[in-house]
Design a protein around this ligand. Structure first.
Ligand SMILES: NC(=O)c1ccc[n+]([C@@H]2O[C@H](COP(=O)([O-])OP(=O)(O)OC[C@H]3O[C@@H](n4cnc5c(N)ncnc54)[C@H](O)[C@@H]3O)[C@@H](O)[C@H]2O)c1
Ligand SMILES: O=C(O)C[C@H](O)C(=O)O
Length: 320
């Protein structure tokens, strides 16, 4: 029996992610969670998703709740609650506002579902993963964020199109911040198992344009359609399936890094990590010098922002 809870289920991303998760094999219950006052909206969504499960022929049970006590028994808790950015904003602009939303949610998860695995989605996702880790009091392996998995998928599609190959032939990773300082790992990019730099077309590859397109993907979609929904929603479902199916896949997610990448760490940031039913553990890697310098800068940026948010949260809490 597997139960997956989505906190923030009535939001644009939360509702689509709930739909995607309800189709995962061996997910028996999807619980839609939200704030008191959202009862009608949660109930209506649960009816709609129940109809969807019937139409797809899946037996998934859809439940809903506004009570954190009902987080109990969850195997995975996906958190999408919070404010999304508006056109012209950077994800980091949301840090304090969303930390104030995520901290109490994380405390309730730590209280009622201390054995669950938390998948953090709210932006800025690296900082919110650290907030969830701090306030839930849970172990680092139990708390991770969508991180640069979505960015890696975005780059993968661009590379596949350029080389005119099926996306499954491309393996690539973006590590670091889910944001401006993200770092593409060309040294870990292969096509059909061949390192990309060994292919003749590599010298003409518009690498900078491709990375810029990945960096601007979220803001482009938000500007023109209001929110990113299907890309992150299906990426969330992949991660949930990897946990529930105990798949031991290595995906690039935001995880608490100690020293796995050339001893740089003490922050939550996007790195390759092994994911299974026990949770998420970063994989030790060595990368090229230029990539390492860029990753170090990305870690410093996120570590400083995270510390700043922790200090502000402490001040807010001590002033009541
Ligand atoms: N990491 C990623 O790749 C990624 C992708 C897409 C969206 N996001 C983030 O996910 C979050 C949600 O995005 P969305 O488009 O679904 O937004 P939305 O406005 O449609 O939904 C927000 C949800 O948060 C809840 N919420 C808002 N304020 C709250 C509060 N004070 N307390 C408790 N719950 C509150 C709302 O009820 C709603 O369920 C944003 O922070 C967005 O940036 C992250
Ligand atoms: O760009 C955003 O603000 C949403 C999300 O982080 C995304 O990359 O789609």
């Amino acid at each position: 029996m597997s139960k997956v809870t989505i906190i923030g289920a009535t939001g644009r991303l939360g509702s689509f992610a709930s739909h995607a998760i309800s189709g995962i094999p061996h997910v028996d219950e999807v619980m839609l969670a939200g704030r008191p006052g959202r009862e009608k909206s949660l109930m209506a969504l649960s009816h709609d998703l129940t109809d969807s499960c019937a139409a797809r022929g899946t037996g998934t049970k859809i439940t809903w709740s506004t009570s954190p006590a009902d987080y109990a028994g969850s195997d995975v808790i996906v958190v999408t609650s919070g404010v999304p950015r508006k056109e012209g904003q950077d994800r980091t602009d949301l840090a304090l506002e969303n930390a104030r939303i995520i901290a109490p949610i994380a405390e309730q998860i730590g209280k009622y579902a201390p054995d669950a695995i938390i998948l953090m989605i709210t932006n800025p996702v690296d900082v919110m993963t650290a907030v969830a880790l701090r306030y839930s009091g849970m172990e680092p392996r139990q708390v991770f964020g969508l991180g640069t998995h979505l960015d890696s998928m975005r780059l993968k599609v661009l590379i596949a199109r350029y080389f005119q190959v099926h996306v499954s032939e491309v393996h690539t990773r973006i590590i670091g911040e889910h944001g401006e300082s993200m770092v593409p790992l060309w040294s870990a990019t292969t096509i059909g198992g061949i390192r990309i730099s060994n292919l003749p077309a590599f010298s003409d590859l518009p690498m900078d344009e491709m990375v810029d397109r990945v960096k601007n993907s979220g803001s482009f979609i938000i500007k023109n359609s209001g929110a990113t929904v299907y890309g992150p929603g299906d990426a969330i479902a992949t991660l949930v399936q990897t946990i529930i199916g105990n798949e031991n896949r290595i995906l690039t997610v935001s995880s608490y890094v100690r020293s796995e990448v050339h001893d740089i760490g003490d922050t939550c940031i996007g790195v390759p990590a092994r994911i299974n039913r026990e949770g998420v553990v970063p994989v030790s890697i060595r990368i090229e010098d230029a990539e390492l310098a860029a990753f170090g800068a990305s870690v410093e940026k996120i570590r400083a922002l995270t510390r700043n948010i922790f200090e502000k949260m402490d001040e807010l809490r001590s002033s009541g």
